[in-house]
Each structure stands twice: as C-alpha cells, then as structure tokens.
Design a protein around this ligand. Sequence first.
Ligand code: SF4
Length: 311
Amino acid sequence: MTENQEINKKQQYNINKLQKRLRRHVGEAIADFNMIEEGDRVMVCLSGGKDSYVMLDILRNLQQSAPVNFSLVAVNLDQKQPGFPEHVLPDYLDGIGIEYKIVEENTYGIVKEKIPEGKTTCSLCSRLRRGILYRTAGELGATKIALGHHRDDILQTLFLNMFYGGKLKSMPPKLMSDDGKHIVIRPLAYCREKDIERFAQARQFPIIPCTLCGSQPNLQRQVIKEMLRDWDKRYPGRIETMFSALRNVVPSHLADHQLFDFKHIRHDSEVVNGGDLAFDRETFPLQPAGWQDDDDLTPPDAQRLDVVEIR
Ligand code: SF4
C-alpha cells in the first residue's frame, strides 16, 4: 500500500468513526425525547451552515435503518441577502436526490427598512424567519420541524439565560412552537460542535457564510462561547459534565418554590432526593460525571503511526 493509500484509509476510518458517533448521539436524542414517530414528515431547516448540513446527512443516514418510517423534506429560506449564492443549496439537494423547497422572502429588505442603522437586526429577522418557516411547515404538511442546534448551543443558551436573563433555562431538544401548532425538534442536541465541524469539513459540504446580512455577531453569546471553549481546554470533561447536569435536574434542591412544593414540607414529610447534605462535605469523583474520552479517532492498527486529523 502506498503512503497516499495509507493516509486515505486512515482518513476514511476517521470519518466513519465520526459519523458513527454522530449517528449514535442523534439516535439517542431521538429516542430519549420521542422526536420522530411512525409516519412523521420532518421538515429539515437548512440554512447552508455546517450544523444543518450535518443534521440532514445524519437524518438521511438514520432513515435507512430506523425502526420507524418517516420522510424528510429540506427547506431553505432565501432571505435575499446581498451576495446569497442561490444555486448552492439547490445544486447540493438535487445532487443527493432529496425533496426540498426553497422559500424566497425578502426579509433582509424588511429588516433594513424597519431597523435604524447600527441597531441589532437579529430579533426582527428571527421573528420573520420563524413565521415563514411555520407557515411553510403547514403548507408542506410537515409534522415536525427539525432545527440544527447542538449541545454547545444548548449550553451557551443556558449561560446566557443565567448571566443576563436571571433564569435557569436553555433550549429544549423538543418543544411546541410558540404558535401552538408545530412540534420543533433538535436532533443534534447531544452532538458536540467540534464533531459537527470535523464531519462537515471531511464531507466538504458547500457551506454558505453566515455573515451576508452584515449584522454584528451577538457579543454576549461570543463571550459565553469563549468562556466555554476556555473551560474545555483547561478542564477536559467539564462541558460533558455540565450537559449531564442539564439532564439530571433536582428541583427539590434548587430554589424555585413554583417548581417544587417547599411550602408543604413538614415534620412528617418524607426525605426527598437524599435530604439536606449542606452540613456534610460533599465529595465528587475525580473524573467528572458524563466525561468520556472518545476523542481518539485513530484506527487500532495505526496507534503508533501519526494520527491523521480530520480538520
Ligand atoms: S445574523 Fe443576520 S441573518 Fe442571522 S438572524 Fe441576525 S440579522 Fe438575521
């Protein structure tokens, strides 16, 4: 085998391993939240960014082996931003042979007209986009709307709400839409952004840049993103542990009296969730909960060779 063939083999091995991990995480999220049921028609919202390409790719892949039958329809909203490469998504979607719809609405023009120069445009833009996507789901007869938010988006939203909103609240993997008519799902809820990034690069999806509208990035989100990245580097496993915490909520040990009935705790009440350990020194395992070192993408027969990074 030539050196090039050897490298290709290792690269393919890494891509397959990454795809398996993403599939496993998407499959677990779908099962845990009963996201997709028999006969569902899932509208996959495709922005042209890495997350939505990976979501579509993994859902198509799972469709082959899922225990339930469901159909997919990809939808992209062309917001008429200057320089939007209109042909990129249709070319890709024609190439993979999937049903799709491109919705053309000049939300960019509306936002520019309504919002004074220098003010943030994102909230009006997202509201308009949401309305159009809900309407499109109705027109297409979609039973679920799939969005490409991943684990790191969910954690960022948690901290944004805590730091700036005074709420312990994040982005749910499944919810009823605010118009009460649609079920929104986030199949990538358990997937790490770095896996999504690597997979999108390896598969060379034709990514459309997200800066076409000229809006400033959300600075608060940027700050949180940096903080989480820094923690991830300095304390491996912390991100995983924090995400595990989101899945292990103990309302009796928080302070929301509307969520837990503290008022009715009396002498004859039962001990709830281990009672109060406040006077004890709590101990935690050295290896944080939820931590799993599955970063090694090297094939077992190539452990001593240089790792070919999928970057
Ligand atoms: S970044 Fe641009 S396209 Fe995205 S929500 Fe904000 S204004 Fe809209």
